[in-house]
Design a protein. Structure first.
Length: 450
């Protein structure tokens, strides 16, 4: 490393930014960072050295109200002071001990905590990973190993990751899967997307129809099913909560065919919906739960909590990095803080405020087709008009741009035409109402410009 590079590294580590324009850094980024989900005409270059709670900053010093939580990762907001202090306290802890080769106390305690907050009167085990997709991969392999089957049921829309087995289960955008062959035999069924249900059917009738199609597809395509993989509320697929009867009936189908019910709670879990797990709203107990995002406290961390034994013998599955000692302690701190400070209850209360406000926006603006969600996992679907219900990705993107650039409100898209809101679990009512007001103005501004 040259002296000038080392000087730059020290400067950035100390919190300083090299004094160049955002356009300069966008150009450098576009040249060396592989294309992924970045929208460089929409999102600014972020300042890596600033931020607190629900406030983040761009390179020019502009402050944003953040209701993305880093796609549900920063459950306690940016640089949550007690967590920052705790990380200082554990600076002496060994960085890495491969927990799938050697035992260490922090990962045992974290596994026990996760098992303790996960319903199910049966023996459970935990497999630690570094991402949500890997948590899903683990669940799939565990189901195959235990059932000796390879066929799975998954839904459309659904998002479970972009790699390997997880990608085979994903079906929310064509770009995710085009020209990538499926690694699993998957029976695909419609997710009960109530807003898009056929005319003449009530939401409950449509949910029943979707479940009937699952059973019919199993009978026609093969009853040798290892698992049914489902999100209680779709995340990237459009922020769609499942109807009340859907998960219980999937549980019954899984039992009938000797399959595992695998619930993907990577985005919805760990308090976001006002309960530890979104599936708890539906009164079901899955065989396997996949989690990540919030679990890491801002660091890459995932876990699969499943029926024990998760694998029939050693070496069936492994991952070098997972619940490293320091990381496991951070995750334990996050779970304990969520519980101790009542942040799940806050998510439920603030979720009601957010839901009511979004429903008011639905009534006010003709382009808001539906407001929906659970707790602090909410979304609005953007359409050309309420009468047509025609999806409008272009208007959605215009609203996002008006929100981010005009109102300094950091939002995310979801699905084809949905805007998602994922505030931190400790968000205040003042911040929720501020976000709603900014979103209201952004919708109005985008509508005037169209």
């Amino acid at each position: 490393m040259q002296d000038k590079d080392w000087a730059l590294l020290e400067s950035l580590a100390s919190g300083a930014s090299e004094h160049k324009s955002p356009e300069y850094w966008l150009k450098r980024s576009s040249e060396v960072i592989a294309t992924s989900t970045q929208s460089r005409d929409l999102y600014p270059v972020m300042d890596h050295s600033r931020g607190q709670g629900s406030r983040v900053y761009d390179l020019e010093g502009n402050e944003y109200l953040d209701v993305t939580s880093g796609v549900a990762v920063r459950a306690l907001g940016v640089r949550y002071p007690p967590l920052v202090e705790f990380e200082r306290q554990i600076a002496h802890v060994v960085e890495e001990l491969p927990g799938q080769d050697f035992d260490h106390i922090p990962q045992v305690l974290l596994a026990e905590k996760l098992i303790g907050i996960t319903p199910g009167e049966f023996d459970k085990q935990v497999f630690f990973t570094t991402s949500g997709a890997r948590a899903v991969e683990t669940a799939v392999k565990s189901a195959m190993d235990n059932t000796q089957r390879t066929r799975f049921v998954a839904f459309r829309p659904a998002f479970h990751g972009r790699t390997g087995y997880a990608l085979s289960l994903t079906a929310s955008k064509g770009a995710h899967r085009e020209r990538f062959p499926s690694a699993l035999p998957v029976i695909r069924a419609p997710y009960p997307y109530s807003y898009r249900r056929p005319r003449g059917l009530s939401p409950d009738e449509y949910a029943a129809l979707c479940v009937d199609q699952v059973e019919d597809a199993i009978e026609r395509e093969g009853a040798d099913v290892a698992g049914i993989v489902v999100e209680p509320i779709t995340g990237e697929g459009g922020m769609i909560p499942s109807p009340a009867s859907f998960l219980p009936r999937l549980r019954a189908i899984a039992d009938r065919y000797g399959a595992w019910l695998i619930v993907d709670e990577v985005q919805s879990g760990l308090g976001r919906t006002g309960k530890w797990w979104a599936f708890e709203h539906y009164g079901v107990t899955p065989d396997v739960v996949c989690t990540a995002k919030a679990l890491g406290g801002g660091w890459p961390m995932g876990a699969t909590i499943g029926r024990g034994p998760m694998f029939t013998r050693g070496s069936r599955h492994s991952e070098t990095f997972s619940a490293e000692p320091r990381q496991a302690l951070i995750s334990l701190f996050v779970l304990t803080e969520i519980e101790r400070k009542g942040y799940i209850q806050n998510a439920a209360r603030m979720g009601e405020v957010l839901s009511k406000g979004l429903r008011e926006l639905e009534e006010k603006h003709d382009c808001v087709g539906e407001a929906r969600g659970l707790g602090l996992m909410q979304g609005i679907e953007i359409v050309e008009s309420k009468q047509s219900r025609k999806a409008s990705p272009a208007r959605r993107d215009a609203i996002l741009k008006a929100a981010i650039h005009g109102e300094r409100l950091m939002l995310l898209g979801a699905g084809e035409n949905t805007i998602r809101l994922l505030p931190p679990l400790n968000v205040t009512e003042e911040e929720v109402r501020d976000a709603l007001a900014r979103l209201d103005r952004a919708i109005a501004a985008a509508s005037r410009a169209s």
